[in-house]
Design a protein. Structure first.
Lengths: 441, 111
């Protein structure tokens, strides 16, 4: 239930070393070097200035777990609708919108990135799609798809592959494409479209890249609109058909049909959210398996124990959260944990930092599947905007983990760890490419 | 439609005596609708977030029954506050059999 934020205490600030002070003063989340290796910067903010104004970004970075939790529980003071809208194509929003109206069949604001009470209705409609029980029923089919993708990478025969491009990305795309009822075999295109959509909230575009991404999004929208029109005329057993015919229930019990524009935005959101961040989580899994001593052995030891494997996956999501930070905007001046934030200020809830908060997760850099409070991590956000596809994401990562162990062994990074490139973005922390070597089991 | 009663004790120790409870409603929806502190239901009833965790009154446990595998997996994520009588409110639906049910909202997993 949405609660209004109340201010009943200020948690302690801690002293910084000289180096940390410099980092806090000179650093910015807009810096791609910090984006790639952010933990020191997060720690400095968490210690001394937990709600830190990043002047280069023009955003307040919320870094402590307690503050992230309090803010996401108050969707009225901290608006997702305004926060998301401000962040989208930031500084170039009008041009972005105009481009899509002219070339992409329209500009379709994200219906789910909205505030209550509107959000509550849209959300309710989407919630039944991927409940944990529905996802459990999909497990055999998901396993089949994952098995196939990994087998294809192995079948190349030379014991090498790109764990991100050859496994993580096609795997999550094939699953969501099948659920939505889109065409198979479009992995490359959908991956490109996903990057373009996600880049809109990454705060790292210039005009040229924004327009190039907008062209991709226009192509995506035209493809989706055609599919939706076809399903409108002739429904099938898939999510697109469900959404084009969906009705929302109002508070008074009356119902109304989703508008076509709302439905386009929801199909688009499901496609993008349904592949991009989960692929990142699976890419990160390969990353930890190839770089952190003992991880492959640990996974192998839990892979046949459902309970321990679930804990492994949850700790992995805490340890390497795919989504780094998402937006809110204040609807009034508000004091949070001793920091006064003005009205209409843009905030980023830095999940990557919240998951490392040592007051909630002692020794946060230790990978510990026995943590008694694993479910407290904020990799999926929290409050009324908590990730809607969380059960599906968990299942995909779990099945991937299982199939990696069953089909591959001796995973090694084929490049130096320092050569790993991350997508420039404040919104996600995504490994772009991860060449590995392995042996077939 | 059967009209049932439920007693919910919220995380702040306040007791909510709920009457005219409809048959079929989940304890999560019931708690949210009545502003019972500690019942969030973030995931909307999908058994996927453990923010509607309740302890079932001892005398009711047999009738309510235990969690299935999917629900247990979620409860295990809040192991520090999980008890033998833990259930997720979204997975317990009211029925005439449960008329008079008493539950206590579990605290959030600790820091």
């Amino acid at each position: 239930m949405a609660t209004q934020i109340t201010q009943d205490g200020i948690s302690a600030r801690q002293a910084l070393t000289g180096a940390q002070e410099r980092l806090l003063k000179e650093g910015s989340l807009a810096d791609t070097a910090i984006q790639a290796r952010p933990r020191e910067y997060y720690a400095a903010m968490r210690r001394a200035d937990p709600i830190h104004f990043d002047a280069r970004l023009g955003s307040w970075l919320v870094t402590r777990h307690e503050d992230i939790s309090a803010i996401q529980s108050d969707p009225v003071t901290f608006s997702v609708q305004h926060g998301y809208s401000e962040q989208q194509a930031r500084g170039m929003r009008n041009e972005f919108e105009t481009y899509l109206r002219e070339h992409g069949g329209g500009y379709f604001p994200d219906a789910i990135m909205s505030d209550p009470p509107y959000h509550t209705r849209i959300r309710k409609l989407m919630e039944q799609a991927f409940t944990a029980h529905r996802v459990k029923a999909l497990e055999p089919r998901i396993t089949e798809i994952v098995r196939g993708v990994i087998a294809e990478a192995i079948a190349r025969g030379d014991g090498t592959c790109d764990a991100v491009k050859d496994i993580a990305i096609p795997l999550t795309i094939r699953i969501i494409v099948e659920q939505l009822g889109l065409d198979p075999g479009m992995e490359e295109k959908i991956s490109r479209w996903s990057v373009a959509v996600t880049a809109q909230i990454g705060a790292m575009q210039n005009r040229e890249t924004m327009l190039a991404n907008a062209a991709q999004i226009a192509e995506l929208q035209k493809y989706l609109i055609a599919k939706m029109k076809a399903r409108e005329a002739e429904p099938a057993e898939d999510m697109i058909s469900d959404l084009v015919h969906a009705q929302v229930t109002n508070a008074d019990g009356s119902t109304e049909k989703l508008t076509f524009a709302e439905a386009v935005s929801l199909v688009r959101a499901t496609l993008i959210a349904g592949n991009d961040t989960t692929a990142t989580a699976i890419g990160n899994l390969f990353y930890v398996l190839t770089t952190r001593p003992g991880m492959a052995e640990l996974l192998e030891s839990v892979v046949d124990d459902e309970r321990q494997l679930n804990r492994f996956i949850e700790e992995h999501l805490r340890n390497e959260p795919p989504v780094r930070a998402l937006s809110r905007m204040t609807t009034r001046e508000v004091v949070v944990n001793g920091t006064t934030i003005p009205s209409h200020a843009h905030l980023l809830l830095v999940y990557g930092s919240g998951n490392d908060d040592e007051t909630v997760f002692p020794e946060p850099r230790r990978f510990d599947i026995t943590r008694p409070n694993l479910g407290r991590h904020v990799a999926f956000g929290g409050g009324p905007h908590r990730c809607i596809g969380l059960a599906l994401a968990r299942m995909e990562v779990k099945v991937a983990a299982r199939e990696i162990v069953r089909q591959m062994k001796n995973l090694r990074l084929a490049i130096g760890e320092e050569e790993i490139r991350y997508t420039p973005s404040v919104a996600t922390r995504t490994i772009e490419s991860l060449p590995i070597t392995f042996e077939k089991r | 439609m059967a009209s049932l009663t439920v007693t919910m004790t919220d995380v702040e120790g306040r007791t909510h005596a709920l009457e005219d409870v409809e048959d079929g409603i989940s304890l999560m929806e019931l708690g949210r609708r009545n502003g019972v502190a500690g019942i969030m239901g973030d995931c909307g009833g999908g058994c996927a977030c453990a923010t509607c965790h309740v302890y079932i009154g001892e005398e009711w446990w047999e009738k309510v029954g235990g969690p299935d595998d999917v629900e247990f997996a979620m409860l295990d994520m809040v192991a520090d506050v999980m008890r033998d009588n833990s259930r997720l409110g979204c997975q317990v639906r009211m029925s005439p059999e449960l008329d008079g049910l008493a539950v206590t909202v579990a605290p959030a997993s600790s820091a």
